[in-house]
Design a protein around this ligand. Structure first.
Ligand SMILES: *[C@@H]1O[C@H](CO)[C@@H](O)[C@H](O)[C@H]1NC(C)=O
Ligand SMILES: *[C@@H]1O[C@H](CO)[C@@H](O)[C@H](O)[C@H]1NC(C)=O
Ligand SMILES: *[C@@H]1O[C@H](CO)[C@@H](O)[C@H](O)[C@H]1NC(C)=O
Ligand SMILES: *[C@@H]1O[C@H](CO)[C@@H](O)[C@H](O)[C@H]1NC(C)=O
Ligand SMILES: *[C@@H]1O[C@H](CO)[C@@H](O)[C@H](O)[C@H]1NC(C)=O
Ligand SMILES: *[C@@H]1O[C@H](CO)[C@@H](O)[C@H](O)[C@H]1NC(C)=O
Length: 630
């Protein structure tokens, strides 16, 4: 950050005057802009809500080769290069400026249809899509939805060499803003780690007003999306000679939390005693591989994860304020944070102080996940066991799979659903087959799968995971998991295995295809158990009856059939009849034929309760770590 500041030679000063009322809202476009299938009106532009049909406005652009001079940026954005050069005090129109410099670009903004925009044009290159052009080339100044609405091309067949009309997002001040002295609206592109407060500060604006102007209720922004900043004047000053003084240490905060810290120290002492006891006792667990490495070797393995100080994480999450909370799990809460040192958004899991299980979970998670690296596994960035047990992960802007499938966060289209299951299969293949040891995840479920910006699946929550030796029969003695995702034999033997992970994977596959939970109390009789219901439909050759109705028949028939049948194969009640994750992956990738399954769902080999009889409120056994889906 400090070195980046050096590069930024110009500083922007904006004087913003007060204004009253909330009549000027242009809703923040949020992450919907990044999901091209989402066609909400706000993704298309700011609405023409002003008395002015056109006006001068400003947009921001971060220099990046080849767009790093007034000439090249002006060409991309369809404006006069002289205006960019003079406003930003570039030495000349052709001088290349350092990368990632914030450049201010004046545009003529006018109303077209219902939306304000500034037209530019772009020559299509090989490999371009509406998404890459809007997000990567134009940095979010336009959206795939706006481009699709105004261009004649099929989104899948952009013609190389043809021109696209690029509607750049801009807006004009409303009557109320004009009356309170606002002259311009700046379309600022949010970058990794930005918050409304930080943006407001940058432009000398009031954060509450920026929130109101963008109809925001929480300070959560998404990189590569635009936000409006109302300005009375835009002046760019000469390079500052003195570096700005570092932020003052907030000693008061430390005083305020003094009493909490005492409690934390006591807690962490207890935590470490329990932790070392657990480590000692753990070596004897059947089939498990104890690590002989020292504590530090184990944790700091050169894979990029590192130890954080409690202060750093507490700052990153604004002291774990409620509004930063992303969710709550079995062993504690997860908060959104921003790491100033590395300029990234993170999710910080704070393990509940009350939970002894939590300490086990913490060590298990750090130990296992820090050994792993795969594009479909959530990345552990670091940990902290000073005062509290904290785990730091990369932040996943699209939340968890269950929020989309079951809680209506978005309607995931078929191609993304299929891609998510393929990604999950790929992660599981890596866990089971690729390392020196096999990793059993033991808690695969929709709520443990998170989605990145491009909706790639990332399997997380390794709190119940165990390392097992490939040779020594892949079994552990601890029963764990979530009702509805647990293989029938687990209830009998209390042992997890590769087969039981494959079972849970199969349940997720069926949930994705059917758009409903594996066990849902609102369905009665035949439909209560997803597995039994889908199997019956398969037997009656009416497989498509179970497909998620919300997809409105918009899916690829072959892929759907493949997903449902692979799902059923994986949830075969007899564990030895299930495929390995490798076989399942091959079928999902259309590299192997679909299996033939019996028309009637086979009974498990032993007289044990069928999964469909188990109620969600009934734990298999006390003292075992079982969670019930919420
Ligand atoms: C979206 O905009 C169209 C006009 O472009 C309008 O007819 C429609 O009502 C709008 N939909 C919503 C949900 O605002
Ligand atoms: C806006 O339009 C006017 C006249 O059409 C033109 O002189 C001016 O250069 C334009 N401004 C920008 C920023 O392109
Ligand atoms: C921008 O493009 C649209 C669509 O082609 C066109 O109708 C509109 O007149 C253009 N606006 C300006 C200011 O040129
Ligand atoms: C969107 O663009 C930004 C840079 O503007 C890039 O960092 C990010 O990876 C892009 N998102 C996707 C999903 O490609
Ligand atoms: C408000 O709008 C009027 C008419 O366009 C303009 O003359 C005046 O300068 C504007 N005032 C501000 C503060 O923008
Ligand atoms: C904006 O600031 C510049 C320089 O500080 C000043 O010359 C100009 O009059 C100001 N414009 C407005 C509209 O306040």
């Amino acid at each position: 950050m400090a070195s980046m500041k050096k590069f930024i030679a110009l500083f922007l000063v904006a004087a913003v005057l007060q204004w009253g009322g909330s009549h000027a809202q242009q809703p923040y476009v949020n992450q919907q802009q990044l999901a091209c299938n989402n066609n909400n009106n706000i993704t298309k532009g700011y609405s023409c809500n002003s008395f002015q049909k056109s006006c001068l406005s400003y947009v921001t652009f971060r220099s990046t080769p080849p767009y790093d001079s007034a000439d090249t940026i002006a060409h991309l954005l369809g404006v006069d290069p002289n205006l960019i050069a003079s406003l930003n005090r570039f030495p000349s129109k052709t001088t290349a400026v350092p990368s990632n410099k914030l450049v201010f670009v004046p545009v003529n903004c006018s109303c077209f249809g219902n939306f304000y925009q500034h037209n530019s044009s772009y020559l299509i290159n090989k490999g371009d899509s509406y998404f890459t052009v809007s997000n990567n080339t134009y940095q979010g100044l336009t959206s795939c939805q706006a481009m699709e609405a105004q261009n004649p091309f099929d989104p899948l067949k952009l013609m190389v060499g043809a021109h696209l009309l690029i509607p750049l997002r801009c807006a004009c001040p409303t009557y109320y803003q004009n009356a309170s002295g606002i002259n311009y609206l700046l379309t600022y592109i949010v970058t990794q780690g930005d918050t409304v407060s930080a943006i407001a500060k940058k432009f000398g604006a009031d954060a509450k007003r920026v929130m109101a102007d963008n109809d925001l209720s929480i300070d959560t922004l998404y990189p590569s999306t635009p936000i409006l900043v109302a300005l009375s004047n835009l002046t760019i000053q000469a390079p500052e000679t003195n570096p700005s003084p570092p932020n003052e240490r907030k000693k008061r905060t430390e005083l305020i939390f003094g009493s909490i810290i005492v409690a934390c120290v006591l807690f962490s002492a207890l935590g470490f005693i329990l932790f070392f006891l657990w480590r000692k006792g753990k070596g004897s667990a059947l089939g498990e591989v104890a690590f002989n490495a020292s504590f530090d070797d184990e944790f700091g393995n050169g894979m990029g994860a590192r130890e954080f100080s409690y202060n750093e994480l507490s700052k990153a999450t604004k002291n774990f304020v409620e509004e930063k909370k992303l969710g709550e799990g079995g062993f504690g809460s997860v908060y959104r944070g921003f790491l100033r040192s590395s300029n990234i958004d993170v999710a910080v899991k704070r393990i509940s102080r009350r939970s002894k299980q939590g300490i086990k979970e913490y060590t298990s998670e750090v130990k296992i996940i820090s050994q792993l690296r795969h594009k479909n596994l959530v990345k552990l960035i670091g940990w902290c066991h000073e005062k509290e047990l904290l785990l730091v992960y990369e932040f996943m802007p699209n939340g968890s799979l269950d929020s989309h499938l079951f809680k209506g966060r978005s309607l995931l289209p078929w191609n993304l659903r299929f891609q998510i299951v393929q990604g999950l299969a790929s992660a599981l293949l890596y866990l089971h087959e690729f390392g020196d040891f096999c990793v059993l995840h033991r808690d695969i479920k929709a709520s443990n799968i998170t989605l990145d910006l491009a909706f790639n699946a990332k399997l997380g929550d390794f709190g119940l995971a165990r390392l097992v030796d490939h040779a020594k029969g892949s079994r552990t003695t601890l029963l764990a998991g979530t009702i509805g995702y647990m293989a029938p034999e687990c209830h009998r033997t209390g042992k997890a295995s590769k087969e039981s992970d494959v079972y849970s994977f199969g349940v997720v596959a069926l949930e994705v295809a059917c758009g409903r939970r594996s066990i849902e109390s609102r369905y009665d009789g035949d439909q209560a158990s997803l597995v039994a219901w889908v199997w019956e439909a398969y037997g009656n050759e009416r497989l498509l009856d179970v497909v998620d109705k919300k997809l409105s028949k918009d899916f690829d028939l072959l892929e759907m059939e493949c997903l449902l049948i692979v799902g059923l194969w994986c949830v075969h009640p007899i564990d030895s009849m299930r495929p390995s994750i490798k076989q399942a992956t091959q079928v999902l990738n259309f590299e192997a034929k679909l299996p033939n399954l019996p028309n009637k769902m086979p009974m498990p080999k032993y007289d044990i309760p069928n999964i469909s009889i188990i109620k969600t409120s009934e734990p298999c056994s006390p003292n075992m770590s079982i969670t019930v889906p919420r």
